[in-house]
Write a protein that binds this ligand. Structure first.
Ligand code: C5P
Length: 289
């Protein structure tokens, strides 16, 4: 038997950090949005054990990869009758603020739930997902959602209008843990107003939403990598309704209402070091392929 899934990247339409928690994580309030940029995963029944292969030459294929850890977590809990061979076709930039590893892990939980006929409910999968990583519960369902707590408490929101997304990923990875370590919240930190953002999305009020799209982690990543600010301003000058760093970065995205404008911005954005992708908003995090 074989299951083939698409695992979609996410962007953060706003991200606020409220403070540090006793468990070492940070209390978040963030609006996450799935986009069509995606990895493909194929799960095939096989002899005993978990074998992971990937198109990306530098990705680990053992416990260092969230896909492997997700498969192992399910196998330990449910003792499936077969092993699995997993093929991961990687297109989402790695360590880029786009949640690619989390999306792959979410797809693995869903794919193996089907392949191994485990019958786990979404609530049960979300629970396992939360133990593997903070963004994985969102990636299981995807679409548009408010995430709070560590990022694992998900409240679905209505879809945004059909924006085009231009993504510019500078040619270096960023460690999320390191960005949180360097974050210093002071009285001067500009915090987005979560309730205002949620209200604007619920009311379909984009002119109200756009000025509130702030990512508190930009303050940290921009300091080390000033090109992030340059790319943000560049995407705005190219006609983006708004531009923002995603997650802990370094990817910067711009939202465009017209496809031609977005395509033209993609061409212009090739002047920046790194990679450029064009995507659309997506209504789900994982889907059959
Ligand atoms: O949960 P995940 O493993 O994806 O998080 C990566 C790192 O980011 C954590 O080890 C932690 O240092 C930091 N983090 C945090 N607060 C969160 C989410 C992540 O401090 N809410």
């Amino acid at each position: 038997m074989e299951v083939k899934l698409e695992a979609r990247a996410k962007i953060n339409l706003m991200l606020d950090v409220l403070g540090k928690r006793a468990d070492g994580y940070h209390e978040l309030s963030t609006v996450m949005q799935s986009i069509t940029l995606a990895d493909t995963l194929v799960f095939r029944s096989a002899g005993p054990g978990i074998v992971l292969r990937t198109s990306h030459p530098r990705l680990p294929v053992d416990k260092g990869n969230l896909v492997y850890r997700a498969a192992e977590a399910l196998a330990e809990m449910h003792e499936p009758l077969t092993g699995v061979e997993i093929w991961l076709d990687k297109r989402i930039p790695v360590a880029a603020g786009l949640g690619g590893g989390s999306a792959d892990a979410a797809a693995t939980l869903l794919g193996l739930n089907t392949l191994w006929n485990l019958g786990l409910t979404m609530a049960e999968l979300r629970q396992v997902a939360g133990t593997l990583g903070s963004d994985i519960p969102f990636c299981l369902s995807g679409g548009t959602a408010l995430a709070t707590g560590r990022g694992e408490i998900i409240r679905p929101l209505p879809a945004l209008p059909p924006y085009w997304v231009v993504l510019v990923t500078p040619p270096f990875g960023v460690s999320t843990a390191e960005v949180y370590r360097q974050l210093q919240l002071t009285a001067d930190t500009a915090h987005p107003q979560t309730e205002g953002v949620v209200r604007a999305i619920r009311q379909g009020d984009l002119s109200g939403l756009i000025p509130q799209m702030v990512n508190v982690l930009e303050t940290v990543t921009e300091k080390v990598h000033p090109e992030i600010r340059v790319i943000k301003a560049g995407l705005q000058a190219m006609g983006a309704a708004v531009s923002l760093m995603s997650g802990s970065g370094p990817t910067v995205f711009g939202l465009f209402t017209a496809r031609e404008k977005a395509a033209a911005a993609c061409r212009q954005a090739r002047k920046y070091a790194g990679t450029v992708h064009l995507a659309q908003l997506a209504a789900a995090g994982v889907s059959p392929r």
